[in-house]
Ligand binder design. Structure first.
Ligand code: EPU
Length: 432
């Protein structure tokens, strides 16, 4: 267990008052950098990524790649990956179990080395997270799949061949994995029922910058012409994290008077800005920033009474569901929240209820949140990174002190969160 699992955040609540001010800069997107790191396996030349966030998941992915023989060097926010001397296509068990994103590596490994050996990938507590779409797709591209103890062994002796894959469901990681696999396959691959998330479009851009021929990313059908190993010349900046952007927006709406969120892409969070404006949150939207300005009315003046469903992009992201629920506890109205992507992502609500939230969970995916309710600080354990951030937000708006344990889970996705929030005026510190 990593040492900093024991670390925790201590937050002094603001009891519903608003005083946060200043600027906060959005980091590079976790869910964009991880597949881009996996794409380094499709080249024997250097891939240089910039604007790489300082988060635990990047460290874990670096370790996984190093375990395969990739050289990974980090300087400040630049990551250089060099996969010219890959030794093995066996994904190391412990790291894979700790990280769902290890699944991205299977596509490029199989495409380049004709074999991938991996255990069932782990993940967080949010749901079962099967890999059926991966196994089915690999078979359609000519691979054979066998099980050796708890390992999947996927082989494509004569290389992968292009195919038409129609995914049974919209999956971000399956779309990304098969874009990478198809880049080195023989012939044309057509992926249908694809995810359209900005992170998918970013990965397609990374692959194109290396010479891949990919068309249609950002739509539900993607065409890839298989070709030779990729070769990059220029460093590629990672796109801003839209989940961080949305989380900061929600926090600033609840506790800030004048907060500017810099270096974000407002186009990627339109569902959130439109929603917040509809509740009465005053926003100024620029090209690469969003500002919450003159936000002096009490949170009870914000009104939300609707049916909120998480959805694939460009709908409400599942990753913002927990922070959004904290927002709903503070504003006026009754809202149903329907988590449609993962089957077990409402577990954190027990703790919010103990803090004073009025939430009725009807089933593992559906609940009603009634606001406004005053929250009281308490000790909480972060169950995963997104709920962890929601707990920090709850601590900020609550009365009294809150302690959010399992800091490590929050560090997986948010870099130096306590320093960045402190700069806005949040009273938060990390303790061992
Ligand atoms: N699914 C299957 N079979 C598969 C693949 C997926 O049933 O073979 C199901 C999943 O269990 C889920 C649904 O399809 O119910 C959608 O999952 P998806 O594959 O899209 O999720 P993912 O690619 O594993 C990425 C993000 C998640 C984010 C989801 C949904 C990365 C590294 N992770 O996961 O991010 O919640 O897409 O947008 O890109 C997070 O950052 O906290 C996080 C969990």
């Amino acid at each position: 267990m990593p040492q900093d699992v024991k670390e925790q955040f201590v937050i002094e609540g603001m009891y519903g008052s608003k005083s946060l001010q200043g600027a906060i800069t959005v980091a590079g997107a976790k869910n964009a950098v991880l597949p881009a790191m996996a794409a380094s396996l499709l080249s024997d030349k250097q891939l240089v990524l910039t604007n790489v966030p300082h988060i635990e998941d990047v460290l874990r992915m670096s370790e996984l790649l190093e375990g395969l023989g990739v050289t990974v060097t980090r300087t400040e926010d630049t990551l250089t990956l060099q996969a010219s001397a890959v030794r093995t296509s066996h994904i190391e068990r412990e790291s894979a179990k700790r990280m769902r994103s290890s699944v991205f590596l299977t596509g490029p490994l199989l495409a380049r080395f004709q074999e991938a050996r991996f255990p069932h990938p782990g993940g967080c507590v949010i749901g079962e997270r099967p890999i059926d779409q991966f196994l089915k797709g690999f078979a359609q591209m000519g691979a054979t799949i066998s099980h050796e103890d708890e390992w999947y062994v996927v082989r494509a002796k004569d290389g992968l061949k292009g195919a038409t894959l129609f995914f049974d469901l919209v999956s971000v990681s399956a779309t990304e994995t098969f874009m990478m696999a198809a880049t080195l396959a023989r012939g044309t691959t057509v992926l249908e029922n694809c995810a359209t998330e900005p992170e998918v479009v970013f990965l397609a851009e990374v692959l194109r910058r290396g010479g891949a021929q990919i068309y249609g990313d950002g739509t539900s059908t993607i065409h890839i012409e298989g070709g030779a190993l990729l070769s990059y010349d220029e460093p590629i900046p990672v796109i801003p994290d839209r989940i961080e952007t949305s989380s900061f927006l929600l926090l600033a709406a609840l506790a800030g008077t004048d907060v500017v969120i810099n270096e974000c892409n407002p186009q990627h969070v339109r569902i959130m800005t439109q929603y917040l404006e509809s509740t009465g949150v005053p926003l100024e939207i620029g090209g690469t920033h969003i500002r919450i300005v003159n936000n002096t009315k009490p949170n009870t003046a914000f009104v939300s009474a609707r049916d909120i469903r998480t959805h694939e992009y460009p709908g409400f992201p599942t990753d913002i569901q927990a922070p959004l629920s904290v927002f709903l506890t503070q504003v006026t109205g009754e809202n149903t929240v329907f988590e449609t992507i993962f089957e077990n992502r409402l577990g954190y609500t027990d703790d919010l209820i103990k803090m004073g939230a009025d939430i009725t969970v009807w089933n593992p995916q559906k609940m009603m949140v009634r606001g406004p309710r005053k929250l009281k600080g308490r000790e909480l354990m972060s169950p995963d990174l997104r709920a962890g951030l929601a707990f920090i937000m709850a601590g900020v708006v609550a009365e009294g002190t809150s302690v959010v344990g399992n800091a490590y889970y929050i560090d997986r996705g948010y870099q130096h969160i306590e320093q960045r929030l402190s700069a806005l005026g949040v009273q938060i510190r990390r303790t061992a």
